[in-house]
Design a protein around this ligand. Structure first.
Ligand SMILES: [Mg+2]
Length: 260
């Protein structure tokens, strides 16, 4: 029996405001010592996940850019020491194609947009509050584009993207344009791969926001931490466990729930 836990990063394992995982670190250590596979499933880029993974010892694999790609270490699920994550499955559209369709969508509704690809690293750093090195990694997008609407209606831009078969995810400040994929679809593919040799698998996932709904629906044991505003987001699923803590403080309760 192998346990696998997919975890959202921003607002879940990482604090919504400080981006720190501190309250969750002992729990993360316990799960890893117990042989639980822990895979980030995030909107972040592969470069960002590799950096965070190196800091936290999260090297089992990852779902990046909102399910656009799956990266696994050589030998998954029994990684070779020192192996680096490699993209094994791409569900997303090429970055330049997404950017082209975003430009068309904006033109169609008379809006102006500015994507990470239009900004320098210094501008991305200034817009987001990331350090220059973090901005480089955030900007290294391969299958989705993060953008702001500088003139016009963001909802209309989103609708025009959807008419082109893309998805538009509205964040607090930024929007993201991407192909029609999600974290849940990618998680199912990872689970298929894990079960390929007849192995019994128990699957878990934890998130904090509406964009984790598909991920939570893809596993046996869905869990929600309290979101940055303090409440659980409005998701209803059979067996959903609402962890009583905001972000990483809720995450810290996972080993007990898993019996680890
Ligand atoms: Mg989140």
């Amino acid at each position: 029996m192998r346990d696998i836990l997919f975890t959202d990063l921003d607002g879940t394992l990482l604090d919504h405001y400080t981006y720190r995982p501190d309250p969750a670190l002992p729990a993360l250590r316990r799960l890893r010592q117990a042989g639980v596979l822990v895979l980030p499933a995030t909107a972040k880029t592969l470069a960002e996940v590799v950096q965070i993974g190196a800091e936290l010892g999260l090297t089992d694999g990852a779902i990046v850019e909102n399910g656009a790609a799956i990266a696994l270490p050589p030998g998954f699920p029994d990684p070779v020491p020192g192996g680096e994550l490699e993209v094994v499955t791409v569900l997303g559209l090429p970055y330049e194609m997404v950017r082209g369709m975003l430009a068309e969508a904006a033109a169609e509704v008379g809006a102006r947009v500015r994507g990470y690809g239009d900004m320098t690293e210094a501008e991305v750093a200034a817009e987001t509050g990331l350090s220059p090195a973090e901005a480089v990694r955030a900007r290294s997008r391969q299958w989705s584009e993060t953008f702001v609407v500088t003139d016009g209606d963001p909802v209309a831009v989103g609708a025009a993207l959807e008419r082109r078969g893309l998805r538009a995810v509205l964040g607090a400040r930024f929007l993201t344009a991407m192909g029609d994929h999600d974290k849940g679809e990618a998680a199912r593919l990872v689970l298929d791969r894990l079960r390929r040799d007849g192995r019994a698998v128990r699957s878990w996932a934890v998130g904090d926001a509406a964009n984790d709904a598909e991920l939570l629906a893809a596993v046996d044991h869905p869990m929600l931490v309290r979101a940055g505003h303090g409440d659980w987001v409005d998701i209803d699923l059979p067996g959903l466990v609402r962890l009583d803590g905001v972000g990483p403080a809720g995450w810290a309760l996972i080993p007990e729930l898993m019996g680890r």
